[in-house]
Ligand binder design. Structure first.
Ligand code: SF4
Ligand code: MG
Length: 335
């Protein structure tokens, strides 16, 4: 099997943007080609920070990101440039991510040229543009190429953003809430398109969402983040059907219908009645979830839980002291 390892190891990372400080700590993840990995968490959990770090949009204060085992720590290096071409980001708001003064043709041509895939002749370029739009089912291409972003619907704009990312011939797509700003009726179409592209182009996809129900539908692997740390991970079916961490259980319990897909309510926003997600500037001691946890024990407020393997599903783990006696430590938390 082909592996596409992007390893994150971040320690005490702080990044400032829009008055918010996001701290992401000790996050490890590996993306593999042909797989969708969902990163689930509420607003302020640090999930978008992880995506932006992976896209090399934020500076980092520690850790490393690797492509096929090659470190990208040196920003001027060849490995860094290779990484930036092969790992493309799709943003939440397809209107903001496309420049309103330029046509679709301009956006796609620019992507093809930057990444050296425009071909040598005008005809090569035209063919490449048609192929890109065909891949995202915007056909016939002539209908879209000379339009401006505002002439397209939200769903069409997100398809253009995906086509632009594909112009780089990436190995991985980082999709930060790619459907949450779209009309509920078209979300499924975009997720199905991404899943189809994953298969046809053998892409690794990181799917960032606050909606754990859509992770179950769409992702092969699911990771749950709380207050800047990963608290549970495993194959999506196991994590969503048999969640182990009290926080994941809360998420699933607060979803009105577990089979609904990318519904229009932010279950985590609603959940704030029970308690705010903690500040990442000064996260709670011990288990960061302990102030909200219904089954917290005395040690939870002082000891940081280590990731422990859960039950008999390989790869299923949770960072929670409930599993201290039955579990086996699968990864030591680096000190
Ligand atoms: Fe709750 Fe303790 Fe587990 Fe944290 S470690 S989720 S506080 S039981
Ligand atoms: Mg976000």
């Amino acid at each position: 099997t082909k592996h596409f390892p992007v390893r994150r190891r971040l320690r005490d990372l702080f990044s400032q943007r829009h008055d918010a400080v996001h701290a992401v700590d000790d996050v490890h993840l590996t993306l593999r080609r042909g797989q969708v990995t969902a990163l689930v968490g509420e607003s302020g959990s640090g999930k978008s920070t992880v995506a932006r770090l992976l896209a090399q949009l934020y500076p980092r204060t520690g850790g490393d990101i690797r492509l096929h085992g090659e470190s990208t720590a040196v920003k001027s290096g060849a490995a860094f440039r290779r990484y930036c071409a092969r790992v493309q980001m799709i943003f939440q708001d397809p209107f903001a991510s496309l420049n309103p003064v330029h046509t679709i043709r301009y956006h796609l041509t620019r992507s093809l040229k930057i990444h050296g895939h425009a071909g040598r002749t005008a005809e090569d370029l035209e063919n490449a543009l048609h192929e890109l739009l065909g891949r995202v089912h915007l056909t016939p291409a002539e209908r879209y190429l000379d339009k401006f972003p505002h002439e397209l619907s939200g769903g069409q704009r997100q398809r253009v953003a995906i086509a632009r990312a594909l112009g780089a011939e990436p190995e991985a797509l980082l999709a930060d809430e790619p459907v949450s700003m779209l009309d509920v009726s078209i979300r499924l179409g975009i997720l199905n398109l991404l899943r189809d592209l994953k298969e046809r182009l053998d892409l690794a996809i990181l799917y960032i969402t606050h909606d754990i129900a859509s992770a179950r539908y769409f992702a092969d692997q699911t990771l749950v983040m709380y207050a800047g740390r990963m608290v549970e991970g495993g194959d999506s079916e196991t994590v969503t059907q048999s969640p182990a961490h009290p926080y994941t259980r809360l998420l699933i319990g607060s979803a009105p219908d577990p089979d609904r897909l990318a519904g229009d309510t932010d279950v985590l926003e609603e959940d704030r009645g029970d308690g705010e997600p903690p500040s990442l500037i000064r996260p709670p001691s011990g288990c960061r979830f302990h102030p909200r946890c219904p089954v917290a024990m005395p040690r939870c407020s002082t000891d940081l839980p280590v990731p422990l393997e859960i039950g008999d599903r390989p790869g299923h783990w949770a960072a929670c002291w409930l599993y201290d006696t039955s579990g086996t430590e699968v990864r030591k938390v680096p000190s």
